[in-house]
Design a protein around this ligand. Structure first.
Ligand SMILES: [Zn+2]
Length: 302
């Protein structure tokens, strides 16, 4: 019998079995991929059947190309600089000054470039060699993985951030452990990951799951329960989550109209005001498309 890969419960069901997104929008796997969900801890996952050597894959240009249609530095900034308003919403702007910060999965540093001016020390952790080279040229100290960084910087970080990474890793517990190990006593981790976007699943069902939600790159879809549970098991304290809705109401309306994800989300009327209410509503009802985990390391575990 299949067991949950996080909590070992045998209450596991298949919630989807079909083609899933493979890279960017509109690209699908040729074979059906079963998606599992644990009824105990709610985590959703698939086995990494499509990508054989995950580490190699994330270090390659193929990955960025399949996802974003380019691996060059300027492409990266064009796509990711605009995410910083969201990221600063998750972190606030008052925690970085004179602190030692590591960002896990930093890419070309769209976020770290903004942090560096305030921080005492900034560490860039990124598996892609191309991006690491770019970061080195910009003067950053880089490591491929947190596990590499902690060989030199165990207990040295005040803040470790990681956005849109934990859903890609094979062993999320080990990933959180590495963050724990990097942190000094009193240090904090801030880890963001997409949710299963419950409202979109409710409205669009399998269409949304196939075209967007389930993808070969995302091995996991986490939720409040399993994020908190993993954090407790590792020994973190002061464990909290907050929900954030990234996509506005025009995105949902576009989906409903066209049965396709909208790249720009533009509709022929302004939905900004409505979107603000919509986002708040999704967040209050814990139905938003993004969840951020906040953890603190209060004690040294042996
Ligand atoms: Zn479970």
């Amino acid at each position: 019998m299949k067991k949950c890969k996080l909590c070992a419960s045998d209450r596991v069901k298949i919630i989807y079995n079909g083609p899933i997104r493979n890279g960017g929008l509109g690209k699908y796997t040729y074979k059906d991929i079963p998606i599992y969900q644990c009824e105990n801890c709610n985590v959703i996952w698939h086995e990494k059947e499509v990508i054989n050597d995950l580490a190699k894959y994330y270090q390659s240009k193929d990955y960025r190309n399949s996802l974003e249609g380019g691996s060059e530095e300027e492409d990266f900034y064009r796509l990711h600089d605009k995410e910083n308003l969201n990221k600063f919403q998750y972190t606030g702007t008052d925690i970085f000054r004179h602190k030692r910060i590591a960002d896990v999965g930093c890419g070309c540093g769209a976020f770290l470039d903004f942090i560096r001016g305030a921080a005492e020390m900034v560490i860039a952790i990124e598996p892609s060699e191309v991006y690491r080279d770019i970061m080195s040229k910009k003067g950053y100290v880089t490591y491929p993985y947190a596990a590499d960084a902690k060989k030199f910087l165990k207990g040295k970080m005040d803040i470790v951030t990681s956005f849109d990474v934990i859903e890609h890793v094979e062993d999320p517990l080990a990933f959180l452990q590495d963050i724990y190990d990097l942190l000094d006593i009193g240090g904090r981790g801030i880890i963001g990951t997409p949710t299963d976007a419950p409202v979109m699943r409710m409205l669009l069902g399998e269409l949304f799951e196939r075209k967007l939600l389930f993808s070969t790159q995302h091995l996991w879809i986490f939720s409040e329960n399993n994020l908190k549970d993993m954090s407790e098991r590792i020994g973190f304290d002061d464990i909290k989550v907050r929900y954030f809705q990234r996509y506005g109401i025009e995105n949902m309306l576009g989906w409903l109209r066209d049965k396709e994800p909208k790249r720009d989300g533009a509709l022929p009327f302004s939905a900004d005001t409505l979107s603000e209410v919509w986002k708040k509503q999704c967040e209050v009802y814990k139905a938003a498309d993004y969840i951020v985990l906040y953890v603190k390391k209060s004690r040294r575990l042996t």
